[in-house]
Design a protein around this ligand. Structure first.
Ligand code: ADP
Ligand code: MG
Length: 269
């Protein structure tokens, strides 16, 4: 059922950082699970050909009959590509390795940057009543990531609390600016979240300081700690919230969800 209190449809957030291994997929799965736990309806769009979000939520490759690739090429409607997950209120549009050729195949398509935007248009989404859509981007600023940013209201950037964390952020910010100037003037930065944080490690605290000095309010208060339960959960095809609900990782993602919801309220006001 569409929610009459949300006439503008779901809030669409691209989870992006062109570096690999910084916690994009982990944040997509667990933030989505934490939001769903509050009672809202969440859709994950797996836009990475590696399909880690799909696998991490237990979708067998064999069961991925229709994927985000079919959706982008307009070969399958939303209803065929949205799959339920084991968690209430959490659905996913899966991907497979097929998607890796999309970058090249779509070059000649004049709407190439708008394919996801058009597929997720409000009239098509209305029937599903999602409150949030989280898009898990590939580790690159390629056409797929551009599609995510054109379709999204905002970009959430996971930043690994490691050496060179901030390197590459300026390139990402430049891309966001370009997309604002061309295809999506309303695109905002939702925030930067520190991932794999270890408060006993000087490097982590240094990265945090640098991030807060350079990015100020854009950095979420919540830090996601490095937590072995977080890294174990995908092999059990679960979010960390289901796998170990009281773990530090699960608690941190709940806090991040709360902060995000407050963010949303602030923007709406
Ligand atoms: P990306 O999608 O940006 O490539 P991932 O989310 O796949 O990054 O994370 C990279 C690796 O780090 C994965 O093996 C994941 O399990 C691990 N990881 C991510 N966040 C945490 C965390 N908070 N604690 C421990 N391991 C983590
Ligand atoms: Mg990933």
């Amino acid at each position: 059922m569409p929610d009459p209190t949300r006439p503008e449809g779901p809030k669409i957030i691209a989870i992006a950082n062109q570096k690999g291994g910084v916690g994009k997929t982990t944040t997509t799965i667990n933030l989505a699970a934490a939001l769903a736990e509050t009672g809202v309806r969440v859709l994950i769009v797996d836009l990475d050909p590696q399909g880690n979000a799909s696998t991490g939520l237990g979708l067998d490759v064999a069961a991925r009959k229709f994927t985000v690739y079919d959706l982008l090429l307009d070969e399958a409607p939303l209803g065929d590509v949205i799959q339920p997950t084991a968690q209430d209120g959490l659905s996913i549009i899966p991907s497979t390795v097929d998607l890796s050729s999309a970058d090249i195949e779509l070059i000649a398509n004049e709407k190439r940057s708008f394919l996801l935007h058009d597929a997720l248009r409000q009239s098509a989404m209305d029937a599903y009543g999602f409150d949030y859509v989280l898009i898990d981007c590939p580790p690159s600023l390629n056409l797929l990531t551009v599609n995510a940013m054109v379709a999204a209201h905002s970009v959430l950037v996971p930043l690994q609390s490691e050496f060179f964390a901030l390197e590459g952020l300026s390139q990402l910010m430049l891309t966001i600016r370009e997309i604002r100037q061309t295809a999506n003037p309303a695109l905002r930065i939702e925030g930067v979240v520190l991932t794999m944080f270890d408060s006993r490690n000087n490097l982590s605290t240094q990265v945090e300081q640098d991030a807060r000095d350079n990015l100020g309010e854009l950095v979420f208060r919540t830090r996601i700690p490095r937590n072995v339960r977080v890294s174990e959960a995908p092999s059990y095809a679960m979010s960390v919230l289901s796998y170990d609900p009281l773990s530090k990782g699960a608690q941190a993602y709940r806090e991040l969800a709360q902060e995000l919801i407050e963010n949303t309220a602030r923007i709406a006001a």
